[in-house]
Design a protein around this ligand. Structure first.
Ligand SMILES: [Cu+2]
Length: 222
């Protein structure tokens, strides 16, 4: 009888110890979980291209410089109020790819240009040249449309509101013209945003090709 009571007491003691160990482990796990290094989740950072309003539109990027980690994404949008002031985000990674909004293009001097619609008040600027060629001054699609020139010099056009993943080896990356939401119809094929995911650490300067004093940079840490 006495032996049985002892065993019962022992059993309850053992149960209490087991319970205490289990509780301790659970709380320990909680501590470890809260202190565990968080897996590096990719961030998305927004930058304003321009701002202000129709009376005083801004020609700045806000913030002008940002620091992110490789794999993070930057989304530019144009928050200008009541104004259709367009901007671009243009990375000229190879100086030879600097581009103008209006550019000279060679065209055969037998080419005739007709106003469209007929009778409307427009006409191209044509500069007479030699060897059967004239020079036409035209809007440059590589500044107007979202465009990438890769490391091999291949030109690729993207859709408006492009989302691009940048390896860092490109020669040129351009958002195309983008406008405040609802105003993209001012120009055919223009958009509202531009998004770049930066894969490679480095410092990437960019400018607005329409307002070349409007510059910014993205610092990508490893
Ligand atoms: Cu601009």
């Amino acid at each position: 009888m006495r032996k049985f009571l002892f065993t019962k007491k022992m059993l309850s003691t053992v149960l209490i110890i087991v319970f205490m160990i289990a509780t301790f482990e659970i709380s320990l796990n909680g501590v470890y979980a809260s202190n565990a290094p968080t897996t590096s989740e990719k961030q998305t950072v927004t930058v304003a291209a321009g701002g202000g309003n129709a009376t005083a539109p801004w020609t700045v990027f806000v913030p002008q410089e940002i620091t992110i980690k490789s794999g993070d994404t930057v989304v530019w949008s144009n928050p200008t109020e009541d104004s259709g002031e367009p901007h671009t985000v243009t990375f000229v990674l190879d100086n030879n790819t600097m581009a103008g909004v209006v550019s000279p293009l060679g065209v055969s001097n037998t080419t005739e240009f007709a106003a469209n619609p007929p009778g409307s008040n427009n006409e191209p600027i044509l500069i007479p040249g030699e060897d059967g060629m004239n020079t036409l001054i035209a809007v440059n699609a590589r500044t107007f449309n979202p465009t990438v020139i890769d490391s091999q010099g291949e030109v690729q056009f993207m859709n408006p509101n492009a989302k691009y993943s940048m390896t860092g080896d490109e020669k040129y990356i351009n958002s195309g013209w983008f406008l405040p939401g609802g105003q993209e119809g001012l120009y055919p094929g223009s958009g509202n945003t531009f998004s770049v995911t930066f894969e490679k650490p480095g410092t990437y300067g960019y400018l607005c090709i329409l307002h070349p004093w409007m510059t910014g940079s993205v610092v990508v840490e490893g």
